[in-house]
Design a protein around this ligand. Structure first.
Ligand SMILES: Nc1nc2c(ncn2[C@@H]2O[C@H](COP(=O)(O)OP(=O)(O)OP(=O)(O)O)[C@@H](O)[C@H]2O)c(=O)[nH]1
Ligand SMILES: [Mg+2]
Length: 285
């Protein structure tokens, strides 16, 4: 039988903070992946689905590639490289203000013969000192949507005839439990300073839709040492309250439902070194 549809996978890779998750969300039209101004926000591969006429395009957002040290950081970088293995196209996303030629050279050696596009992001920013040095295929602004139509045209050239991988109404591969944990981690990363965002992860304890349509959920913010617990709680619980309020607002807006969110702080000493946790969190394969 003749296949009438097209479907393909597109990995978005680059250094931390280059705008990979922003671009994924822009193409999907929904916040499937969290975004902050801090590096190493994304910790695992997250798929986001766009449907463009007969084509289903599955974007694979990845952790940023950097010189990671230790089990946790190395797992982030490995996860990004693994995403290159089974895709039809790779988008190498560059922030022109954080550019090194050898980054692209090294990355290209990992691609073998896979097709790729070098895309310059953040074209809306005025200081773009390295722009002329970079041999880019396209300049875009993921934040403002500039030239995304052109990038879409280039992407579609690489999408083969293939049955769709996702049902029409599915936008991501991650569960609501994980996705809400990520939205809470996003607000925690935005509220907390210095090393704290990197010393925590968020896990979902329970997630239940109520009869009245509201959703009741319990999550734990897990920190790597006891000394971090009071910092997450804040004075008289003010910090965890702030994180909870902000996260609830974002989740309610995203789910278009009333949400009862309960947050706890838990300590798991040095969780970053624990294989089992990194596996469960999707950080380690
Ligand atoms: N001015 C401007 N800022 C952008 C653009 N795209 C992304 N950003 C900002 O850059 C920061 C990082 O964006 P992310 O999408 O989280 O970057 P990332 O590559 O996913 O980062 P990691 O997950 O940490 O690797 C955020 O503050 C974004 O708002 C853009 O086109 N223009
Ligand atoms: Mg990201």
């Amino acid at each position: 039988m003749d296949i009438m549809t097209r479907c393909g996978m597109v990995a978005i890779v680059g250094k931390p903070n280059s705008g990979k998750s922003t671009l994924t969300n822009a193409f999907v039209g929904q916040k499937v992946s969290i975004v902050t101004h801090k590096p190493q926000t994304t910790r695992r591969q997250i798929q986001g689905v766009a449907i463009w006429d007969d084509a289903q395009v599955v974007f694979v957002d990845t952790p940023g590639i950097f010189n990671g040290k230790g089990k946790f950081e190395s797992a982030l970088v490995d996860s990004a490289y693994r995403a290159l293995e089974q895709v039809d196209l790779v988008i190498i996303l560059i922030d022109p203000n954080d550019f090194q030629e050898d980054f692209i050279t090294t990355l290209k050696t990992k691609l073998k013969n896979r097709p790729y596009l070098v895309v310059l992001n953040k074209a809306d920013l005025s200081s773009k000192k390295n722009e002329d040095e970079i041999n880019a295929d396209l300049k875009i602004s993921a934040l403002q949507g500039t030239n995304l139509d052109k990038l879409k045209t280039e992407i579609l050239k690489h999408i083969p005839k293939h049955p769709w991988l996702y049902s029409e109404d599915q936008v991501t591969n991650i569960s609501e439990r994980l996705w809400t944990s990520e939205l809470i981690r996003e607000q925690a990363m935005l509220c907390l300073r210095q090393e704290l965002p990197y010393e925590l992860y968020v896990e979902c304890d329970s997630y239940k839709e109520q009869e009245d349509g509201s959703i009741r959920m319990h999550h734990n913010i897990v920190v790597s040492a006891t000394r971090y617990k009071p910092m997450i709680l804040g004075h008289k619980g003010s910090m965890i309250k702030k994180i909870g309020t902000q996260a609830r607002q974002v989740i309610e807006q995203q789910l278009d439902a009333r949400v009862h969110l309960f947050l706890n702080v838990k300590v798991t000493e040095k969780w970053q070194d624990r294989t089992q946790i990194l596996r469960r969190e999707g950080i380690l394969s």
